[in-house]
Ligand binder design. Structure first.
Ligand code: TRP
Length: 336
């Protein structure tokens, strides 16, 4: 029977295991949404041209991400886990769509601009062409299953806006083919890093990974950046903008405990050590069941592969259907 649920597509680049920023900004939403929507969770391995000389990392990350997904409770029975490059229709649709996106439109994309500048700084060669065009492929990812909703981090909003524009333009030129998808940003749109840097990220080395064991999490929390103006536990401290309290707000469900810590912190009546110990405890309580499921799946690599194979195979059929429609809309069905 055809699946009548509305569709979600969202994705992630396979550059490493997932961390708390992914969890609060995206995964947590995805877990809930899969009850209501038909979800396509994509591992975007066509979109890692900045890792061209490090395919081993990409390969390992594809597997790690699938494990993380299973560990947090994404359900491959209900949702589709998809490896992008095993569906070459993504490359084809990207090419057709790139006929209808102006160079200037891409050059003005603020997320792309920032990422290109960052990349340029960190390498001797110039940025690969495929990096510049990756937002077009992201548009193709979203349009391929005709997704209605795209739950993403805040930095992805320009790409979703571009997707809406492309869908509108395509429909206007060739007839109604694609829904105009909506973006949905997670509860914590951008999680601050352990070092107080604006964003938790693998490349900044300021992340807590979902797969970190309890000791590692505790060590990382104990070394977190906190209020730099506070020298002694008796000094009045700042809660606003303090990463340790931002994490308490994001992850500690015991709001009475958090309120009490904040109250004492501003009065200089609690030390950073206690605040951090309570945070580490809350994080470990949250991560324990995730670690347990991860270990369980890690002992069954075939089940992980099976989840990826099943979702990819199904999605390839969906992609073939969409491409038939696209080719016919574009009048490329020469031999029919
Ligand atoms: N560009 C996204 C990121 O860096 C990953 C991604 C690829 C994606 N394809 C997508 C996100 C499609 C949403 C929809 O996080």
């Amino acid at each position: 029977m055809a699946d009548e649920r509305k569709r979600i597509l969202t994705g992630i680049r396979p550059t490493g295991a997932l961390h708390l920023g992914h969890y609060a900004g995206a995964l947590e939403n995805w877990i809930k949404l899969q009850e209501e929507y038909e979800c396509f969770f994509l591992i975007a391995d066509y979109q890692v041209s900045d890792y061209a000389d490090d395919i081993d990392t990409v390969r390992a990350a594809v597997y790690e991400i699938a494990l993380d997904w299973l560990a947090v409770g994404l359900d491959p029975e209900r949702s589709h886990f998809v490896i992008e490059s095993l569906i070459p229709e993504h490359a084809e649709l990207t090419l057709w769509l790139s006929w209808y996106i102006g160079l200037g439109r891409l050059q003005r994309n603020p997320t792309l601009k920032a990422e290109m500048a960052e990349l340029e700084k960190n390498r001797s060669e110039s940025v690969p062409v495929a990096f510049f065009t990756y937002p077009i492929m992201q548009v193709a990812n979203i349009l391929m299953p005709k997704a209605h909703l795209v739950p993403v981090g805040e930095d992805q909003l320009p790409h979703i806006e571009m997707t809406r524009e492309v869908a509108r333009k395509f429909n206007r030129l060739f007839g109604e083919v694609f829904p105009e998808p909506e973006a949905l940003v997670g509860r914590v749109p951008r999680l601050v890093g352990l070092d107080g840097n604006a964003k938790m990220s693998k490349s900044l080395n300021n992340a807590i990974y979902l797969k970190d064991d309890a000791d590692t999490v505790t060590k990382k929390v104990m070394s977190m950046y906190t209020d730099p103006t506070r020298l002694r536990a008796t000094d009045p401290g700042h809660v606003e903008g303090n990463p340790v309290f931002m994490y308490h707000d994001a992850f500690n469900p015991d709001t009475a405990e958090v309120d009490d810590l904040k109250e004492r912190y501003v009065k200089g009546a609690v030390g950073d050590v206690e605040v951090k110990q309570k945070l580490a405890a809350a994080l470990n309580t949250m991560l324990d069941p995730i670690r347990e499921r991860r270990a369980e799946y890690a002992s069954r690599p075939d089940a992980v592969r099976e989840a990826l194979a099943k979702g990819t195979e199904h999605t390839r059929k969906v992609a073939a259907e969409t491409m038939t429609e696209v080719r016919s809309a574009l009048k490329l069905n020469y031999l029919e």
